[in-house]
Write a protein that binds this ligand. Structure first.
Ligand SMILES: Nc1ncnc2c1ncn2[C@@H]1O[C@H](COP(=O)(O)OP(=O)(O)O)[C@@H](O)[C@H]1O
Ligand SMILES: [Mg+2]
Length: 254
């Protein structure tokens, strides 16, 4: 069964950046096949990986809901939806990418959601690793019927507000019917030494810090130039921090 690594945290703390660097690590270390799932409706994982995304799972769902009679005559609707879903998967040499896209609107989506969920769960079985970049509510993870996550990485910046979001997500886990193997905290844009107030707050939440990532000027530069983080120099401090983290993660999910 594939190992599932998931990221969650408040918006803007660096989840997608870390997600891209995790993909980079897995690709460079021959850990394949990997499926990256962009489960944030505000999807931008593709951009950080240098990939143009044209179609999302949300587009397939909405298209079908708008015109349920649009299934070509003689074709079963499950086969039709699966065909459309196959067009959503973006295949690259080192990994594949699936972008969930917008969340559903009003209406009864049960039937189409069941078909799409079944498709993604079957698809996932083909991969050694699944890396899921979530939004704060973890809507995507909470819907899975095979509710397991091997490593949940909660991301915060060096601020108490980021930590509060981590606390909320962590305390929500029991309600999500999700079996979580390991939970770790990533402190992004961290100073060399973390202050006592911050560390005390981390202690209270009870999630161990598994990685600190310094502020890395190269990330800002790449963001401005819209360059793929796959091209970051190997001596970038963020790359090195995530490489160190992934050594531990791969070991702990085996
Ligand atoms: N360690 C870091 N150093 C410098 N800039 C960073 C760092 N981590 C993230 N950023 C920048 O912060 C912004 C938000 O990061 P992003 O990964 O998109 O957050 P999220 O996915 O949590 O919303 C991006 O412009 C990104 O380049
Ligand atoms: Mg993001």
């Amino acid at each position: 069964m594939s190992k599932i690594i998931a990221l969650a945290g408040k918006g803007g703390v660096g989840k997608t950046t870390v997600a891209a660097l995790i993909m980079r690590h897995l690709a460079e270390n021959g850990e394949s096949p990997v499926l990256a799932v962009d489960a944030d409706p505000n999807s931008n994982l593709g951009e950080t990986l240098g990939i143009d995304v044209e179609k999302t799972v949300g587009d397939v769902r909405e298209g079908f809901m708008k015109d349920p009679q649009g299934v070509p005559s003689g074709m079963d609707k499950i086969v039709y939806l699966e065909m459309l879903m196959n067009q959503v998967i973006i295949e690259r040499e080192a990994f594949d990418l699936l972008v969930m896209g917008r969340q559903e609107g009003q209406g009864c989506y049960c039937m189409v959601n069941n078909i799409l969920n079944r498709f993604t769960e079957e698809l996932e079985k083909n991969y050694k690793y699944l890396m899921v970049d979530n939004e704060a509510g973890m809507e995507h993870l909470s819907r899975r019927t095979t509710g397991k996550v091997d490593m949940l990485l909660l991301v915060t910046d060096y601020a108490l507000r980021g930590l509060r979001a981590v606390e909320r997500i962590n305390s929500m886990l029991p309600e999500l019917k999700l079996s979580v193997g390991n939970v770790g905290l990533i402190v992004n844009r961290a100073p060399k030494e973390l202050g006592k107030a911050f560390l005390d707050e981390c202690d209270k939440i009870g999630v161990p810090i598994v990685c600190t990532i310094p502020d890395d000027g190269a990330l800002l530069e790449f963001d401005m130039e819209q360059r793929s983080l796959m091209e970051l120099p190997a001596d970038s401090t963020a790359v090195q921090a995530v490489d160190g983290l992934m050594g531990k993660v791969i070991e702990s999910v085996q």
